[in-house]
Design a protein around this ligand. Structure first.
Ligand code: 5GP
Ligand code: ZN
Length: 146
């Protein structure tokens, strides 16, 4: 499924050039043209959909192994300790969540120093077990009906 007006669908079809890295029958990976750090890569499903829930499971299942392969080519897999070089995998849904391109994309963003790469705001709320317990019950009931 493709959208004629979508920039990432055009990239998949080769109508817009890209620095392609990996193509599978279900996914396409290429360099982000405005990287947050060197090696910032986008991995997209070859199925047009704006948000994660719009994408078939088989496309989603294809994407994480592609990202894993890319960690190797970027040598991000060489550090198995918590300190030192790391990376973020990010997938935004909706303008409020910082999505600019309405075709699902996973960012692989190397984090080699505090300045480059993804900066994360994390406005954690205080732990409230009563509230969590109520929410958990509600969600479990809904999950059982899915
Ligand atoms: P979002 O904010 O939607 O999660 O991220 C969109 C990303 O797509 C941005 O990082 C932006 O640099 C990238 N991007 C936008 N247009 C193009 C393009 O034409 N080619 C490539 N390679 N990346 C793009
Ligand atoms: Zn698209």
């Amino acid at each position: 499924m493709s959208s004629a007006s979508c920039i990432f669908c055009k990239i998949i079809k080769g109508e817009i050039p890209s620095f392609k890295l990996i193509e599978t029958p279900l996914s396409f990976a290429f360099l982000d043209i405005q990287p947050l750090s060197e090696g910032h890569i986008l991995v997209i499903p070859k199925h047009h959909g704006a948000k994660l829930h719009n994408i078939p499971d088989e496309n989603l299942a294809d994407i994480l192994p592609v990202i894993k392969k890319l960690t190797k080519v970027l040598k991000l897999d060489e550090n198995d300790t918590p300190e030192g070089t790391g990376y973020n995998v990010l997938q935004n849904n909706g303008r409020i969540a910082h999505q600019e391109v309405d075709h699902v994309h996973f960012h692989l963003i190397p984090k080699v120093d505090p300045k480059t790469g993804l900066g994360v705001g994390w406005p954690a709320q205080a732990t409230d077990f009563d509230k969590l317990g109520k929410l958990h019950k509600e969600l479990i009931e809904k999950l059982e009906k899915l």
